[in-house]
Every structure is written in C-alpha cells, then in structure tokens.
Design a binder for this molecule. Structure first.
Ligand code: 5AD
Ligand code: SF4
Length: 488
C-alpha cells in the first residue's frame, strides 16, 4: 500500500461507525467508490458466488451476492469472466472438502493471470483450523478467507483486501451477535429461505456442525416475520424456514416463541402460499407441531425427519436422544395425523461400532416407516468430533451395507410412488425444462416434481396440474383444463 492509499485507508477505518449494520453499509459505499474508480480503468466488476453444501450455505450465498451487488458488482455466472469469485463451503463430510479443493485448484491459472482478481472462501470449512492452514500454505492465490460468523462483514473485508492488495484472513471462533437488515439477493423471485436460528447445541457425536456453526442462536420472531413479510411483498410464494434444529427454536430466547408458535404466525401471513422448514429433529418433534401443520394448508406436506440409524444402541452412541421404537412411533403418528405427507430422512451407514444387527435395525425401520425417499451417507470421520477416535467399520463392509440400504430405500419408495396419479393438484412452477422446449417443471406441496407442458410465463406461479402418469419419483402432468385428457 503506498503512503497516499494508507492515509485514505486509515481515515476510512477511523470514520467507520461502530454499530452494525451501519458499519457494513458504510463499507459497501466505500467499496462502491473504489469499484467506480476501477471501472474507468477497464475493470468489469463481475462477481460470482459458488455454493457448496446445504440450504444454509445457499442462503449465505444469497447474502454474499446481495452485499456484492450493493458494492457495485454485477452478478456473473462465468468464472472466466469474474473479478471476484467467492465460495461458501461445507465440511459435513470429507467429500465436500475435496470438492472445494478441486474447484479452487482449477481456478489457479485465472486467479494468477487476471489483474486484481479476488478469489475468496467462506463458510463451514473455514471454521476448521487445519483447512485454513492448508489453504494459506498451498493456495497463495486465495486472497480472502473468512468464516461462518462474519459473513455479514464481507464489505469490510473486501475493502481491506482491495486497499491493501494483500490477503485478508479473519476467522471468529463463535459469536452471540446476529446482524439484521443486510442486503440479500434471492436466486429465485418466487421462493426464498429465512434463517430462524444459527448453530446447534445437540452435539451428535459424528457431526461437525456445532463446532463450525457455533452455539444455537435464535433470531427474534419479529425479525423473522418482518423478513417473511418483505419476501411475500416482493413476490415470494414459498418460504423455507431454516435452522439446524428448528424444533429448538426460541429456547435460547428468554420467554420467546416456540417453533410451533412461530410456524403458526408465519403460516398466517397473508399471501404466503407455501411454507417449508428444515430441519426438525425427531427427539423434540411435538404433537403441537403436528397439529399446527394439520391446521394450515399452506404448510407443505413434506416432513424431512433425519433418522441417522435404526439401531437404538447406535442412536445412543450418536447422542440422538431417541430410540428405534420412539422414532417409529413418531413416524406412525405423523402418517396417521397427516396422511398426505411425504416422509423423507437422512441415514448414515457405517457409524463406528455399527454391527450387522444394528444395520439390520436400520433396514427394518426403513421398511416399517415407509419413507418416500432418503438421503443415504457413508459415515465420514470428522476431526474433533467424539466419534472420530472410535473404531471404524471396515470400508468394504460399509459399502456392502450402503448398497443393501439403497435397495431397501428404493423398495420402500416404490411402494408409495404414484399414489396421487390421476389427481389434480397445485404445483409451484419452478423452471422451464432445460431439455424439452415447452415443458415446465414444478413441485407439489409434498415436494414431488411434476413435468408438464405450459407457457414460460407460468414460471414462478401456482398452477393446477393433473398428474397423468407416475414416472417413479416424478409425475408427467398436464395443465388442468388445457388438454383433452379426461379431468377428474
Ligand atoms: N458422516 C456422514 N454423514 C453425516 N451427516 C452429518 N455428519 C456426517 C458424517 N460425519 C449427515 C447426517 C445429517 C446430514 C445433513 O448429513 O445424516 O442429517
Ligand atoms: Fe449435526 Fe446433530 Fe446438530 Fe444436526 S442436530 S447439525 S446432525 S449435531
């Protein structure tokens, strides 16, 4: 940094407001001024945000995009033509880490060749010391590194990187701070996600999330409702409420609302057609929650209820606080009270010490609970978690069990597929079909996909579609009243 730049930089730091979000809006303005200056020298100000990981990571990506736009950057989908490329990362399983290394490895040439380019990484993986060290050592062309707790500070960190022309690294261990009212740029106009809480206090013994996302912090119901209202006013028909364990929402707020109460309030917002939530934990899925869902048609008929294992012994060692029997009882209750729901789950195969009998319990529950689909994962050892030091199941055993589990899940799913064939149901139209012109793709309330013929203008709208033919995990349909098939 030359003397003149340093004087400006120091003055900007001195003048920056202390309180948030005012401080970040101040830095967005400063970056914007820099970007305008650089534009006169041919800078194209194109920024690309890449998401690796879950819906929480995708939501972080929208926040980064929102801040970048406010800083004067235009959104780009072409890595070759971007001045800033940011990654939000995931570290829940080892393969997510490998994915990031693959992606940044491929950007080396461009990052070194393109003048002033900033390659940045944030998200869960950056909360792991070893990974940050590796990136610092082996990837000198990564210019910006920050974690999950200071995503809101992108503008400030970017300003520092641009002015000092040096790498910026800022990782915070944990924080109680929640910064509200920052910009966020939605990927889809017709749907959005809203964080209701951050972090997790459950400490399942295989899971790294509590270490990288910190302790659970709930947002105030007023802030959540305000954000939902704004989304609806801005055209969102569907909102997904996000939390690592939505059921424990509010427990850290003195006298705050519970999750069922919050859900009831969100469902009551005028104009909101669909509400989803991710992820509930079976240990505290209450009757009240089932009742709130039952009473509100706009709460989607899809419950994702991560089971992880069907063995009570494994569940105990996973620190999940429920048993095979109590999980099955909950699944039955949900199916009885909400007969039209789709029930899906997450299952981990090969948790340390999982015996053949334990695995058989998992297969039993898959058959009995009758899942509509399941995400199945090979256990991945995460450094720092209790299970990391426990004796691993041999890889060939794990893989063989994984195949058996996939078959059981397929069989269970096949029994339920096609049950709505012939019905006319509401679809939220999400996109034009990339392969077949004139075809649209939408989603039912129960999360099942439907492909049907229709005009492009329907994207983002609710449509009534007849489910003509079940194709397994999706339907082929036709717009109700728009074709000559016999309508029911
Ligand atoms: N290994 C494999 N799968 C894991 N998950 C979380 N941690 C691990 C791990 N160490 C899975 C769980 C969780 C989903 C998001 O990821 O099934 O529900
Ligand atoms: Fe991980 Fe368990 Fe928390 Fe889910 S509830 S994020 S699996 S620790």
């Amino acid at each position: 940094m030359n003397k003149e730049t340093k004087t400006i930089y120091d003055a900007v730091l001195r003048e920056a407001p202390e309180e948030e979000p005012a401080r970040q809006y101040y830095f967005m303005e400063r970056v914007r001024e820099l970007v305008e200056l650089k534009k006169s020298e041919g800078y194209t100000a194109a920024a690309m945000v890449n998401v690796i990981g879950c819906q929480m990571s995708a939501k972080d990506g929208e926040k980064l995009q929102g801040i970048l736009e406010r800083c004067g950057y235009r959104s780009s989908t072409d890595a070759d033509d971007s001045d800033i490329i940011l990654f939000t990362t995931c570290t829940v399983r080892e393969n997510a880490n490998q994915k990031l290394y693959g992606r940044i490895g491929r950007l080396k040439h461009q990052a070194e060749r393109r003048e002033g380019m900033i390659l940045g990484i944030t998200g869960c993986m950056m909360q792991e010391k070893d990974e940050v060290e590796t990136i610092q050592k082996k990837y000198p062309y990564v210019k910006l590194i920050f974690g999950t707790h200071n995503i809101y500070k992108l503008a400030e960190l970017l300003y520092s990187t641009l002015m000092r022309e040096k790498r910026t690294v800022e990782i915070i261990e944990d924080t109680k701070l929640i910064v509200e009212d920052l910009p966020s740029e939605r990927r889809y106009r017709f749907k959005g996600a809203v964080n209701i809480s951050y972090g997790c206090n459950n400490f399942c013994t295989y899971c790294i999330v509590p270490y990288v996302r910190g302790r659970e912090k709930s947002r105030s119901a007023a802030d959540i409702l305000r954000e939902c209202e704004r989304l609806v006013q801005d055209g969102a028909k569907e909102i997904t409420l996000l939390g690592q364990n939505v059921n424990s929402y509010g427990k850290d707020l003195n006298g705050g609302y519970s999750f069922p109460e919050l859900l009831r309030m969100v469902a009551g917002l005028p104009g909101l057609r669909r509400i989803r939530f991710m992820t509930p934990n079976p240990k505290d899925f209450s009757d009240e929650l089932i009742e709130v869902i039952r009473q509100h048609e706009n709460i989607c008929r899809h419950i994702h209820l991560p089971m992880q294992s069907g063995s009570s012994d494994v569940l105990k060692r996973m620190n999940r606080h429920y048993t095979k029997e109590s999980y099955l009882e909950l699944a039955r209750k949900i199916r009885t009270k909400l007969p039209d729901v789709t029930l899906t789950t997450d299952i981990i195969v090969g948790f340390p010490g999982e015996s053949d009998a334990d695995f058989q319990d998992t297969i039993d529950v898959v058959r009995e609970a009758g899942f509509d689909s399941a995400f199945t994962f090979l256990y991945s050892r995460r450094t720092g978690t209790p299970a990391a030091s426990w004796e691993a199941v041999p890889e060939p055993v794990m893989k063989e069990r994984f195949e058996r589990l996939l078959s059981a899940v397929r069989e269970s799913a096949a029994e339920r597929e096609g049950k709505d064939e012939g019905r006319i149901m509401e679809v939220l139209v999400e996109e034009k079909n990339a392969e077949r012109q004139g075809m649209l793709t939408g989603r039912l309330s129960n999360n099942i996909l439907v492909h049907f013929e229709g005009p492009d203008e329907l994207v983002g709208e609710m449509a009534r579609v007849k489910l003509e033919r079940s194709m397994g995990f999706y339907y082929i349909g036709c717009l109700a009243g728009a074709c000559d098939c016999p309508q029911t």
